[in-house]
Design a protein around this ligand. Structure first.
Ligand SMILES: Cc1ncc(COP(=O)(O)O)c(C=O)c1O
Length: 482
C-alpha cells in the first residue's frame, strides 16, 4: 500500500485494521524460523502471546511520575533488585529502568560528565572507549560533548589494557568496558581495566547490554568467564538489556550504579517550571507501563531455571557454530568470544566475506556484516539451536560459491559493503550515508515502499537498510567509474 498519510474519514473496523497490520508484517524479516541473526530475541508464539497480554494490561499506564502508578514503580524496584542480585551488587546498588540499551549508554555518559563537572570541575570531558565499544557510545559522545580517547585493540582484537593508563588524564570522566562487546563477542579485560581506573580515581562502566541477562546464567551452568560485574571493585555501573537476552518485549533496559550518590547525577529536577515542580530519573518523559509490566513478567516467567535453560541451549548453538566455522579452513573466528555473539572472517584471503554474506542471503539467511576486519556476525539465541545444521551447511556452500566466482565480490551487496568498508575517504562516506539516510525521512517517507522492501525468502541485500544499501551501491559504482 503506498504511503498516503490520509486519516480515514471514518474509523475502520478493528478486524480489518488488525488484518492490515498482519499484511504489513509480511514484508518484515522472517525471524520466527530462526533465519534472522540480530534484532530479535524470539522463542515461540505462546511466549510471544504471554508477553503481549502482560504488556496490554499496562499499555496505558505511564511511569512519568513514579508516585502516580505505584504498580510501575513496584515493577521497576523488582527489576532493578533482580538485576543487581544477578550482577552481585551490594545492598547499596540502585538504578533505573530505561527504554533500551542506547538510553542506558547515553545516561551513563551524561551521569559521569555531570559528576566530573560537579566534583572535579571538569570542563572538557573525555572518556576512554575501546574500538569495539558499541556505536551507542559514539552517539553519547556526540550528544553530550564528551570526547573519545580510543583504546586500541591487540592482535587478538582485545582492548589493549596496557595502553589504558596513558589515556587517562584529569579530563577523563569514565572508562568503558563491555561484557561482551558487540562486534566480536569478546568480554573486555574488565578486572585489569577497573584496577587502573580505580587507582586513577575514574569510574568504570560495564556495557552488559548483551551479556547482562545471559552471562550470569552461563556462569551458573559452569561456564568459566572472566569477572565483569560488581564483584570487580572498580566497576561503578552496569547497563543490561531485558529486551535482549532477558526475552522481554522491546523497550526495556536497566542502568544500575554502585551508589545513589552517583545515580543522583543522572537525574533532572526543575523547581521553577510553570507546569509544576518536575523531577525525572532518565531521558524519557512518559515511560511505557506496558514494557515495564512485560519485563517484570518475563523475569517471573523464566526464573533462574528458565534462564539457565535458555543460556544452555544458546551456548550449545554457539559452540556448534564456533566448531562449524573452525572446521572450515577458509574461515576464522574473530576475537575471543565467550558467547552468545560470534563473528567470523576469512583466513583464506581469496574468500570475500561480503560475497559470502550475499550468498547466505540468497539461501534465505539474514546476517549482519562487520568491517575492520571484514566479517559476518551472529547474535545467537536458544532458537538458533534448531537451525544450526542448516546454517552451517549453507555457509559451506556460500564459501564455496564465493571462492568459485571471485567476481561476486564486485557485485550486489558485496560491492557496496566492500567499498563502504575500504574506501579511505571516511568523511565522504559519512556525508553520503547521512544524505541518503535523511532522504528516508523526507516528507512522505522517502523510498520505503512496503510492497518492494524485501521478500519472504529474505533476499534483500541488508535486512536493516535495504533501500539505503541499494542507493549507496549505485553511488559507489559511479564513483569507481570516475
Ligand atoms: C554492547 C551493546 N551495547 C548497547 C547496545 C544498544 O542497545 P539498543 O539497541 O537496545 O539500544 C547494543 C545493541 O546491540 C549492544 O550490543
Amino acid at each position: 500500500m503506498p504511503v498516503t498519510g490520509a486519516l480515514p474519514e471514518r474509523g475502520r473496523d478493528p478486524q480489518e485494521i488488525l488484518d492490515a497490520l498482519a499484511q504489513f508484517g509480511e514484508h518484515d524479516p522472517h525471524y520466527k524460523n530462526g533465519r534472522l541473526w540480530s534484532l530479535v530475541y524470539y522463542l515461540n508464539e505462546d511466549y510471544h502471546a504471554f508477553q503481549g497480554q502482560a504488556y496490554q494490561q499496562f499499555a496505558s499506564a505511564n511511569g512519568l511520575n513514579p508516585t502516580a502508578f505505584k504498580s510501575l514503580k513496584r515493577f521497576e524496584n523488582d527489576i532493578i533488585a533482580t538485576t543487581s542480585a544477578l550482577h552481585h551488587g551490594t545492598p547499596e546498588v540502585c538504578g533505573v529502568v530505561t527504554s533500551g540499551g542506547t538510553e542506558s549508554c547515553l545516561l551513563a555518559v551524561k551521569t559521569y560528565r555531570d559528576m566530573a563537572r560537579a566534583t572535579r570541575g571538569v570542563r572538557r570531558p573525555e572518556m576512554v572507549l575501546a574500538r569495539t565499544a558499541h556505536v551507542a557510545w559514539l552517539k553519547a559522545s556526540d550528544y553530550f560533548g564528551v570526547s573519545i580517547r580510543w583504546l586500541e585493540l591487540d592482535s587478538q582484537l582485545r582492548a589493549d589494557v596496557g595502553r589504558l593508563d596513558k589515556l587517562i588524564n584529569r579530563n577523563t570522566v569514565m572508562v568503558l568496558g563491555s561484557a561482551p562487546e558487540y562486534p566480536h563477542g569478546t568480554i573486555d579485560p574488565i578486572a585489569a581495566m577497573a584496577a587502573i581506573a580505580q587507582r586513577r580515581g575514574v569510574p568504570l562502566h560495564v556495557d552488559a547490554c548483551v551479556g547482562g541477562f545471559i552471562l550470569p546464567f552461563m556462569e551458573m551452568n559452569g561456564v568459566n568467564l572472566p569477572p565483569w560485574d560488581y564483584r570487580v571493585a572498580g566497576v561503578t555501573s552496569i547497563s543490561a538489556d531485558l529486551h535482549k537476552y532477558g526475552y522481554a518485549s522491546k523497550g526495556v533496559s536497566t542502568i544500575t550504579y554502585r551508589t545513589l550518590e552517583i545515580l543522583k547525577h543522572q537525574m533532572f529536577v526543575s523547581a521553577d517550571w510553570p507546569g509544576g515542580v518536575f523531577a525525572s530519573p532518565a531521558l524519557l518523559g512518559t515511560r511505557p507501563g506496558g514494557a515495564y509490566a512485560a519485563a517484570w513478567a518475563a523475569l517471573q516467567y523464566f526464573g533462574t531455571a528458565g534462564y539457565r535453560d535458555l543460556a544452555l541451549r544458546t551456548m550449545q548453538a554457539f559452540e556448534r557454530m564456533r566448531a562449524g566455522v573452525l572446521a572450515m579452513p577458509e574461515l576464522c573466528v574473530l576475537g575471543d568470544p565467550s558467547g552468545p555473539l560470534l563473528a567470523y572472517g576469512a583466513r583464506n584471503k581469496a574468500v570475500n566475506m561480503f560475497a559470502v554474506g550475499d550468498q547466505m542471503e540468497l539461501r534465505g539467511w539474514q546476517v549482519n556484516r562487520l568491517q575492520q576486519p571484514d566479517g559476518l556476525h551472529a547474535m545467537i539465541t536458544a532458537q538458533h539451536l534448531d537451525v544450526m545444521d542448516d546454517y552451517l551447511r549453507d555457509l559451506r556452500a556460500s564459501v564455496d560459491a564465493a571462492l568459485a566466482d571471485p567476481t561476486l565480490a564486485d557485485k550486489g551487496g558485496a560491492a557496496t559493503y566492500g567499498m563502504m568498508a575500504h574506501i579511505p575517504l571516511r568523511g565522504m562516506v559519512r556525508g553520503r550515508v547521512l544524505d541518503m539516510f535523511a532522504n528516508l525521512y523526507r516528507p512522505g517517507g522517502g523510498e520505503i515502499d512496503l510492497s518492494a522492501a524485501g521478500t519472504p525468502s529474505g533476499s534483500d541485500t541488508s535486512h536493516t537498510h535495504a533501500p539505503l544499501v541499494e542507493r549507496l551501491a549505485r553511488w559507489f559504482v559511479r564513483l569507481r567509474q570516475r
